[in-house]
Design a protein around this ligand. Sequence first.
Ligand SMILES: C[S@@+](CC[C@H](N)C(=O)[O-])C[C@H]1O[C@@H](n2cnc3c(N)ncnc32)[C@H](O)[C@@H]1O
Length: 216
Amino acid sequence: MNNEIQAQRAFWNSEADAFQKIYTHRKSRFANTLDQIFRKDMYERYEFTIANCEPIKGRNFLDVGCGNGLYSLELARKGAGKVTGIDIAEVMIDLCRKSSEQQGFSDRCTFIQTDLLDFKPESKFDVSFGIGLFDYIRDPLPVLKRMREVSTDKAIMAFPRLWTWRAPIRKVRLARKGCDVFFYSKARIENLMRDAGFSRHEITKVGKLYCVVAYS
Ligand SMILES: C[S@@+](CC[C@H](N)C(=O)[O-])C[C@H]1O[C@@H](n2cnc3c(N)ncnc32)[C@H](O)[C@@H]1O
């Protein structure tokens, strides 16, 4: 892992507990209300991704930057054959493994601490997805190429949009915590999908994000 990835890893290790609470809602009523307003698209991108993973039953998935494993575990719950979640932050991976064991999915879910570019899977996946990932990646092209290479059907991605009121606020807020954030125009995403070698793609505006489904 290079220095930038190490910095991201340290940031997400320290934020893992707070991040999990965005989904579990174990917060004050006021904080939950703020999340419902300002993090609405986190819930929307989740709906978008799970819907676009269909058909789920029996298929294999790669969750890149799996965080606390919400998506991976939901796919297992819906009957996925095998789900692999990878993340650079070991605290996130520990959360995933604990939840997977508690929910009885350890036979079908595997969680590995690694960067995608160092990950050597034994076989390909039907679908790979990277959600809340490209926000933190300075050079997304190698990651997108790798996602295409390991996916036989499609890859699903979410990119934070460049021209939103929230982008500069987020940039400054996270920079103060040592975390770089990156934003994307639609034109740049079009170029990235072409350069990564996807055969075709669809871009959907979801709140302050572009959600993309790209076919191998
Ligand atoms: C905002 S969280 C998103 C987690 C999950 N995908 C979700 O949407 O609930 C971002 C995650 O990406 C991970 N991450 C950041 N850069 C990464 C990289 N280069 N490779 C793998 N994971 C990375 C972080 O450790 C963190 O857990």
